[in-house]
Each structure stands twice: as C-alpha cells, then as structure tokens.
Design a protein around this ligand. Structure first.
Ligand code: SF4
Length: 433
C-alpha cells in the first residue's frame, strides 16, 4: 500500500470500498474515472450501506433525475456520516421526492434565442453547450436538461448560435456553461472557442466548470494547451465546501492559474453544507490560498427536488455580515438572488446606510460604529459632542458613535497613550539638556 492509497483510505475512514486496490495510475486517470462513475442505486447503496427503504427511494429517483458520481468525488464523502456535506450535495436523497420546486426556476428557456443560447443581460450571453457532467449536483438548476440527453451541442447547433452572436455586436462576452463544458471532447471545445473568439466584438470568454472540484484529473496537459490557445479566457469554478479543496483540486487550479487564467468561484448557499459562518470563512480563505477569487454566493434557487437544500435569505445576509470588513475584500463574494421568472441576479448585502438627510448620511461599518458622512460640501464645523442618537450624527452635532470594547479603538487608545508617554519622556530629556 503506498501513500496515495493511504490517503484514500484515510478519506474513507472505515468505509467499505470497492476502489481500495485501484492502482494510482488508474485512479489519477481521467478515462478510468469516467469508466467507473457511480451511476446506479445499487452501487450507491452498497458503498453507503443503505437500508432497503433508502435503496428503493434511490431506484425511484433514478427514473426521475439521473445520478452519477466520479469515484474521486465519492471518496470525499465521510461514509460514516449520513449528514456529511459532500454527501448532501451529490448523493440523491429521498427528500428530493417531496418539497416541490420548479423545472426551470430562472426561466432560461424564455430568453433562449438560439440552440443553447440565453440572451438576458445587455452585453453578455449564456451558452449551454452540453447537458453532460461527470457528477450531478442535487441542487443543479439545469436538471431539466439531464432528462433530455447527455448530448453535447451538434455542429449545426453551435453554428446557429454563432450566427446569432455574429448579428449581435452588443454582446461582449460569452459564458460557456452546461452541463460542464470541460467534459467536452477537446476538438469540440476547440471548435466552439475558435468560432466565438473569431467574432471581432467578442472580447473574452468565460467558462463555468465544476471539473476542478469533482474530477480534477480532467485538467490534463492537452486541455491546458487548448485553453492557452484561446486566451483571454476566464474560468469560474464551483467549490461549495472547504473539504472539496483537496491536494488534487488545488493542483488543478494551480495549473490553470499558471497559464494566466483568472479563476473565480461561485458557491451555492446550501443547508447543511455551508450555511454557517465558520464553514464559509474557511471556504473563502482556502480558495484564496489556491488562487481562486470568491466571486458569487448564490441563494439556492427553487429548483425541483432541492427544497431540503435551501436556506433562508437571512442566512446569506448573516454570512455576508460576518465576512465583509472582518476579512479581506478579496475573500468576500457578492451574495445574489436570482429573480424569479428570469429577472437576473439581484445583489443583497447587510445595510450599511443607517439614515440620510439632504447633504448628510449616517453610515455604519463592520464593527457597528456609526459615522456622520458629508454627501455634499465638506463643512469645517465639526460636531464634537458625544453622540447619543443617530439624529445627532445626521444633524452633525456629533461625528461618530463607537460601540464600547472594540479592539480596534482599544488598540488606538493604547497607541495614543504610548505616544504621549514617549513625547513626555522626550520633552523631559530635552529640558534636562
Ligand atoms: S456541475 Fe454544474 S451543471 Fe453539472 S450538475 Fe453540478 S451544478 Fe449542474
């Protein structure tokens, strides 16, 4: 047994595993992983030691929404824990059979202008080029496509979409998504990127992919060479939990970053997965360490079969409150809710403007300190009175209202005290001389 299989066994704990003796050369091989996807209720049942009732539920679900999990991603599950966050994201649950939800919660079909092409925002489009993913997330908003087929867009469909783009010079960038576009055969991905980037008004392309997370062995040298050919490219990955940031995933992101591809991350806020401040902080900090910038935090959309994974919007606001100001802005994603019916993303944040009057505002910072802020001419009269209300700040009677026992202000007072001692000592020395 070598280091790699030791690591896998560590991940699996005491779990029964059918992959224990797989040689590393196979385990790290894209083709082997794809050939060995976990696809059936029976396989999942065996790996997780499910009861007959749970297995029966999986069999029913299998008819409704497909599932597949790469052995690599499956190996991240703590099989001893039924509430394991990775398991919640990827293993079908009987809860999917209840709770309602919509088939196309973002109404992408209503804005579809050509095969795979959704034109919603003024200067950019979404181009869905395949329905296939190497593993299927239970909260996916495009589950409706899983039913249709695995199929990637045909040449004719791609050409039709490109014709639309050629006629619409207002489109500056194309977000290529899926399914997962990085699962496409390389010649097909090459064709799509070439066709799009040949259009003079397309300034860059973004690719949305969860392959660095669920199948990092997909980031092969051949793929890297292809991506390098089509700069400028941006890639948005999709890490939802810090345990997804394994050595393999970090290496995949490192390879992409070394090509000069800017990496962003979109996270979906999921109940029982990442809906607590500590997990989210760990996630965003770990992302920065692997050169991935947290970009969006999405409220989970009301897609069919995902009601048990949704949280209240307030949970997202609470998490943003705990991030903004408490850590670098680079680690703080924008929290967004997709408007029902295809209204697009709406950013939400805690409220930092407490009150306003003509020419003056009262703003608060992350510590809860309130500040009187001029929104017009800067007046030289500085209200020096201690504030006893927001109104004092709004009428400029006072400048700020600082909560007690703030480490920042305690530190400032200590520094001021030290400075005055130093000045006193200095002046005494001067006098003696
Ligand atoms: S990887 Fe993306 S497109 Fe594929 S199932 Fe997961 S969320 Fe949906």
């Amino acid at each position: 047994m070598n280091e790699e299989s030791d690591r896998r066994i560590q991940r699996w704990g005491k779990a029964l595993s059918i992959w224990r003796d797989v040689p590393d050369s196979d385990w790290n091989d894209l083709q082997w992983q794809m050939k060995n996807l976990v696809r059936t209720a029976e396989q999942i049942s065996k790996l997780l030691c499910l009861s007959e009732t749970e297995t029966a539920s999986l069999r029913r679900l299998q008819k409704q929404f497909r599932f597949a999990i790469s052995p690599y991603y499956f190996s991240l599950i703590d099989t001893e824990n039924p509430a394991d966050p990775i398991r919640r994201m990827i293993v079908p649950s009987s809860l999917e059979e209840t709770g309602g939800g919509e088939v196309d919660p973002l109404a992408e079909h209503a804005d579809k202008v050509a095969p795979g092409l959704t034109h919603r925002y003024p200067d950019r489009v979404l181009f869905v080029v395949t329905a296939f993913c190497s593993s299927y997330c239970r909260f996916c908003i495009r589950k409706r496509n899983w039913k249709v087929s695995d199929a990637a867009s045909t040449r004719a469909e791609i050409d039709e979409a490109v014709r639309y783009l050629r006629a619409h010079e207002e489109v500056r960038d194309v977000l290529i998504s899926g399914g997962d576009p990085l699962t496409l055969p390389l010649d097909q991905l090459d064709y799509i990127l070439t066709q799009i980037l040949d259009l003079p008004h397309i300034e860059f392309v973004r690719i949305g992919s969860r392959e660095p997370v669920m199948l990092p062995m997909r980031i092969t040298d051949d793929l890297l060479r292809l991506l390098d050919k089509h700069a400028p490219l941006w890639i948005n990955t999709h890490f939802n939990h810090p345990r997804e940031i394994t050595e393999e995933a970090a290496e995949a992101c490192e390879k992409l970053a070394r090509l000069g591809i800017p990496l962003g991350n979109q996270t979906v806020l999921l109940a029982g997965v990442n809906d607590d401040v500590e997990t989210m902080k760990k996630l965003v900090h770990s992302l920065l360490r692997i050169r991935v910038r947290p970009y969006y935090l999405y409220q989970c959309d009301p897609v069919i079969g995902a009601a048990h994974l949704r949280t209240s919007i307030w949970k997202g606001i609470e998490i943003m409150e705990a991030l903004r100001g408490h850590t670098t802005g680079l680690a703080v994603p924008t929290f967004v809710v997709d408007a029902p019916g295809g209204g697009g993303k709406i950013p939400l944040a805690p409220n930092y403007m407490v009150s306003a009057a003509p020419g003056r505002m009262v703003l608060r910072n992350y510590e809860g300190a309130l500040f009187s802020y001029s929104d017009g001419e800067i007046s030289s009269a500085k209200g020096g009175a201690p504030a006893s209300s927001v109104y004092d700040l709004l009428t400029e009677r006072a400048q700020h209202l600082i909560p007690q026992a703030q480490p920042h202000y305690e530190r400032r007072e200590a520094v001021a005290l030290e400075r005055s001692f130093a000045e006193l000592a200095h002046s005494l020395t001067d006098n003696e001389e």
